[in-house]
Design a binder for this molecule. Structure first.
Ligand code: NAP
Length: 256
């Protein structure tokens, strides 16, 4: 029997086939899960729909996570079509370009709010609606973070602050939803070339830096994040909740 046979997963955050959420989707699909996808806008629909349909997905819905009515609609549809939900993947983040290049000290109030809303609060908005669908099903929620939450990574700026809030949210959600048997975890991935990464100034030097200094002396592959998500969202991770698991070739353990 496959690891996720009979499981139903909602995936938020596929932009294209380089997205971390897509690597996770491929890992879940290979292990027998049925998947539903959301996309953030019409332009993305053109990229997400063919990918989703290619692996047999029948539920493909618009969802800008800053709009409560779109979020509500997604979970109403999941309830109607599936009756319940086993897995939720949250792989969403956004900050204004200038806030990922100017000094952090210059972050505007509006830029701060936007990054926090899309990148941190959205997990709470999704989890609170997913939870009623996950009861009695040992549900699992997983989000994506980056070590810019723990240490200063030049240019990551407001996103590092949003990721710190996201990781704290993972712990509070794990506490709240644990009694219902729902687990909540984060994967702290090493740098990967994706659309979101393209917004970070001098991203290339982050890749070089990691390959030089990480214990494994290399960068990671998105499929390695997929495998860790599989562990966290399957029975293999049944006693793991509230954790931030680093998938970064060990980079985060280095002091010098
Ligand atoms: P990606 O392919 O660009 O995925 C980011 C996703 O967030 C896109 O689908 C994007 O849609 C979506 N998004 C942005 N604003 C949204 C909104 N208001 N409503 C709904 N969706 C929205 O990049 P990725 O690197 O795979 O990012 C996925 C997650 O991994 C993010 O949380 C990111 O911070 C995290 N992460 C990435 C790295 C890395 O190096 N790439 C490392 C660690 C963690 P649009 O394209 O329409 O904005």
């Amino acid at each position: 029997m496959k690891l996720l046979e009979g499981k139903r997963a909602a995936i938020f955050g596929v932009a294209n086939d380089r997205s971390i959420a897509w690597a996770i989707s491929e890992a879940f699909h290979a292990e027998g899960a049925e998947l539903a996808f959301t996309y953030a806008g019409e332009i993305l629909e053109k990229r997400v729909r063919p990918l989703a349909e290619g692996i047999g997905s029948k539920i493909i819905l618009p969802c800008d996570v800053t709009k409560d009515e779109e979020v509500e609609k997604v979970f109403a549809t999941l309830k109607q079509e599936w009756g319940g939900l086993d897995i939720l993947v949250h792989a969403i983040a956004f900050a204004n370009k200038e806030d990922l290049s100017n000094p952090y000290a210059q972050t505007s109030r509006a830029g701060f709010h936007l990054a926090m809303d899309v990148s941190a609060y959205s997990l709470v908005a999704l989890a609170q609606r997913a939870a009623p669908l996950m009861e009695e099903r040992n549900g699992s929620i997983v989000t994506l973070t980056y070590m810019g939450s723990e240490k200063v990574i030049p240019n990551y700026n407001v996103m590092g602050v949003a990721k710190a809030a996201l990781e704290a949210s993972v712990r509070y959600l794990a506490h709240d939803l644990g009694p219902k048997g729902i687990r909540v975890n984060a994967i702290s991935a090493g740098p990967l070339r994706t659309l979101a990464a393209a917004g970070i100034s001098d991203f290339k030097s982050m890749l070089h830096h990691v390959a030089e200094r990480a214990p494994l002396k290399r960068n990671i592959g998105a499929e390695e994040v997929g495998k860790t998500a599989l562990y966290l969202c399957s029975d293999w991770g049944s006693a793991v909740t509230g954790e931030v698991v680093h998938v970064d070739a060990g980079y985060n353990i280095m002091g010098m």
